[in-house]
Design a protein around this ligand. Structure first.
Ligand SMILES: N[C@@H](CCC(=O)N[C@@H](CS)C(=O)NCC(=O)O)C(=O)O
Length: 210
């Protein structure tokens, strides 16, 4: 049995796909997303009632949602592939970073993308205000991440990109984050570019962002 990954081009499934490649695992991709009506939406809804991607079905049939959890699980199941640092102190900061991105950055992106879920106001200007506030908060969260993340050596996981590198590179692709970081945290932006041009990561990201 292989892994099955529900995802779509240019989405968060890119991080999990890259992790599966780094872990040397075989996987089957199912194109599905809440915004593509011609994709496997019904199948995705059966495994993930939120209808969100990435969603990963493990070889034993268990369903996993939540990118950070998937990346941690892949790192634990395939030790030695370098997804998680072996040193306990470094690993602790790595896990902190993964949950930080999921809880603070990915969540703010979702609010900005779907403001109608987060306000009872139905007018466009009111929803635009929610979108703008979510975007500002998102950029502030990335600044905090850049200021508190583990020191790159040269990657967040050490000599090669690991789970945190993958999630940071992918989740920073949206909502004007890169443009903001170019002004506010250029060194962190340079790290993101280093991650995405690494030979273990570049082929996957090129498929998602040709
Ligand atoms: N908490 C989830 C968030 C996943 C998420 O928001 N995925 C986006 C695509 S990158 C999605 O499927 N959004 C569609 C929707 O919420 O309807 C995670 O960390 O993996």
């Amino acid at each position: 049995m292989n892994y099955t990954l529900y995802g779509s081009r240019g989405s968060g499934s890119a991080a999990i796909e890259a992790a599966l490649e780094i872990a040397g695992q075989r996987y089957h991709l199912v194109r599905a997303s809440s915004w593509e009506s011609d994709s496997a939406q019904a199948e995705l809804a059966r495994v993930n009632p939120l209808g969100q991607i990435p969603t990963l079905v493990l070889p034993d049939g268990q369903v996993m949602t939540e990118s950070a959890a998937m990346l941690i699980e892949l790192g634990l199941r395939h030790p030695g592939c370098g997804l998680l640092p072996a040193d306990p102190a470094e690993r602790a900061q790595h896990l902190r970073g993964l949950v930080f991105i999921a809880a603070n950055c990915y969540a703010a992106i979702s609010i900005g993308d779907f403001p109608e879920r987060w306000t009872t106001a139905s007018t466009r200007p009111a929803r635009d205000k929610v979108r703008q506030a979510a975007r500002q908060r998102l950029h502030a969260h990335w600044d905090v991440f850049a200021d508190t993340l583990p020191a790159p050596q040269p990657f967040l996981a050490g000599a090669a990109p690991g789970a945190l590198d993958l999630l940071a590179a992918v989740v920073s692709k949206w909502s004007g984050t890169r443009q903001h970081l170019a002004r506010a945290r250029p060194e962190f932006l340079a790290l993101l570019k280093r991650i995405e041009s690494h030979p273990r990561v570049a082929p996957v990201l090129a498929r998602h962002w040709p």
